[in-house]
Design a protein around this ligand. Structure first.
Ligand SMILES: Cc1cc2nc3c(=O)[nH]c(=O)nc-3n(C[C@H](O)[C@H](O)[C@H](O)COP(=O)(O)O)c2cc1C
Length: 174
């Protein structure tokens, strides 16, 4: 996820804790420890972006989750491009296929993590990851990473196992 610090320096960190939390208005959340540089940035700017990585960026993603923007410029180090969102005060990663731009609408102090609920102001997708029929970003084209917390490893997405709201229909009868 991408943020700016007070000097306008773009930063990015890897976040596994988070997800979709409201459909209307569309909202997603990310959960950050106070120790991260990104945490302070979001508190200040009340904005963040989520850039969905594809498999080929696995090393960069891992690096973004170890180095801190407090000490280094992670964009400079990886050669990836920070692009300023036109809608929120945060940068996104130009090279990543799907971008979600968020304005913070709620902050929950939960304990070790702070949950930032962001209203989605826009979603930007590369044309070539859009599904032929639905025109929605498709997992099989994005090739996003899955973080397995139990084995501390990154996995790819597997094959489709069936259509949602459909494959369970037989169990609804009777
Ligand atoms: C796979 C992975 C997932 C992570 N998920 C989270 C997370 O959800 N929340 C969090 O606070 N830190 C998480 N981290 C750790 C931060 O990314 C890490 O502390 C990072 O250095 C913070 O960067 P910053 O100081 O530039 O903000 C994760 C790290 C990895 C490698």
């Amino acid at each position: 996820m991408g943020t700016y610090d007070n000097n306008g320096k773009p930063n990015v960190m890897t976040a596994a804790y988070g997800g979709i939390c409201c459909a209307k208005p569309p909202c997603i959340n990310v959960c950050l420890r106070k120790a991260t540089y990104s945490h302070g940035n979001i508190m200040e700017k009340k904005a963040y972006t989520v850039s969905i990585a594809s498999e080929k960026y696995v090393a960069e993603v891992d690096y973004f989750g170890m180095a801190s923007g407090r000490d280094v410029d992670k964009f400079e180090k990886t050669g990836l491009t920070p692009t300023r969102s036109e809608l929120v005060d945060a940068p996104y990663i130009e090279e990543f296929p799907v971008i979600v731009e968020c304005k913070v609408v709620e902050i929950f102090e939960l304990g070790m993590h702070t949950m930032f609920v962001g209203e989605v102001m826009d979603v930007k997708s590369d044309e070539d990851v859009l599904h032929e029929k639905t025109k929605m970003p498709a997992m099989e084209s994005i090739k996003p990473l899955i973080f397995d917390i139990g084995t501390r490893s990154y996995l790819g997405v597997g094959d489709s196992l069936g259509r949602a709201y459909n494959i369970g229909k037989s169990l609804m009868e009777g």
